[in-house]
Design a protein around this ligand. Sequence first.
Ligand code: AHR
Length: 625
Amino acid sequence: MRPTGRLLGLCALSVLTQGARSISLSVNPDGGNASSPLLYGFMFEDINHSGDGGIHGQLLQNNGFQGDSPNLTAYAAVGDVSLAVDFDNPLTSAITRSLRIDVPSGTTGQVGFSNEGYWGIPVDGTTYTTYFFMKGKYSGEVTIKLVGTTSGIEYGKSTLKVTSGDKFSEFNTSFPTTRAPDGDVLYTLTFDGAQAAGDSLWFDLVMLYPTTYKNRYNGLKTQIVDVLDGVKGSFLRFPGGNNLEGASPSDRWKWNETIGPLEDRPGRQGDWTYPNTDALGLDEYFYWCEDMGLDPVLGVWAGFSLDGGGGTPITGDALQPYIDDVLNELEYILGDSSSKYGAWRVANIGRTEPWPLTMVEIGNEDNLGGGCASYPERFQRFHDAIKGEYPQLRIIASTSNSTCLPDPLPEGVWTDYHNYNTPENFYNEFDFFDNVDRSFPYFVGEYSRWEIDWPNMQGSVSEAIWMLGMERNSDVVKMAAYAPSLNLVNSTQWTPDLIAFDQNPTDGVFLTTSYYVQQLFSTNRGDTIKEVTSDSDFGPVFWCASSKGSMYYVKLANYGQDTQALDVKIPGTTTATLTYVANDDPSAYNSDEQHIVSPVTKTLSGNGTFTFTLPAWAVAVLAAQ
Ligand code: AHR
């Protein structure tokens, strides 16, 4: 874990010069190595409010008063009433706190509460649905509004008739909205104060959803999914990262507390400073994968938390309950309705077919923080138990450090190698995978340029060099994911991130230079890596070529201030497009305040040879046929 704040990128003066001479590349159309079809994908955990307040569609903050320090964050009274977090009137045994509203005698008019969402509420003009639980003697109308915090403009409203008594009852209503110009919107729930004067009413698990991605109940926010989908990734690794591990064993991500009705999910104190509602739970992750066509990579807890040795690593007999728990989780995912946990899945979501899980990662970064010495034992025991029940599953170790792995490593295991690095090191590590032991395939489950505020051109070009090194070795590098993927700009625990966002419903998603690099590389994939001969050495220009059918892709990175003239020979091709992201200032970046780098596409023609100039600090793909 390495939290950062926002730092300012260094400004560099740019003096452009032409590279000394033209670089000639010649792609051999014959032969080549098979490329991994899964190479580019996503790593996701709830960090930077990427889940709650981010890609998950529920828009109200603190709706179940979860986490270690329950309080009234995001709430305010509407009218002359007082609000309190009530510990004596739980909604369920999972949601143990509720919102109590004390209504003074003599109250008249509309009173209730507001919720400001996660630093605002995006109102996008679709149909919105609110759900809430209410308790206390009341028979009358409840009015829901989405209203501009400073403007007072109403973007949506619904009034429903409710009767509530001494037990919690659930209510819901759907209503049309008009698009708000920004995220500065409040949710208000009010009722007739006269009806409740001198009494208290309780509310809990108040939820608000826009029309979600693929219209799923408890689904995802379309605006963010669409941008992620633009990368056309192949897999999703979840639920962490550090957020799988917990501050201590009892704080770990517990699969069985993230499924079923939302009122049965207690949530937890996440590892990134804020409570997690777990409304984005195990089944929701699988729906996400299914809807976006991603192969799930499930991380399971492996007896190691972030407490630096306080309660973990857990070894010996004490580990068995956690191994059993993972087997139960896998039965929930893969079992049929005749199995105990498979039947639980069917009862929860009505899905009789198993989820299409093929890859399980045991733990997270077990090479760090005192986990290494015990990981050979822990890994082997989880591995054997899982393979004993589910031999078809691919098992991934959470580290590729051989001193932390059993010797020999069981057949078929992939290892996870994380690489947060400086641009200089990414440059120098271009050939890292040329030189690894090829008998153990790699999953690069997390990487990015680190210690900077926003991805910038120099960092993104250096990531591209690292990616070229992976792609040309993608017989042995099976999958790779930039991390972290998402960042609500109002709640940042880690920078840089691939995609940033706020709650503006129209232009509240900010595409970084690294996003464009991921998109360029992932959307231009061959299935065979081709041999390239050149009259020049690698650096400052790097390349990798691939093909699929009659299409050829030559990926290029220019890590330098000079523009570079190139001619690329690909026998049998006649037309090509050159798409690049570039800026002559290596510190140029996109952010929530500026968007100065965008992809540029040019059409080229050539009779088997394409001649063009690569700009300074550029990442490019030549797609030819
Ligand atoms: O991506 C942020 C963190 O970096 C992950 O949670 C962890 O696995 C790594 O240390």
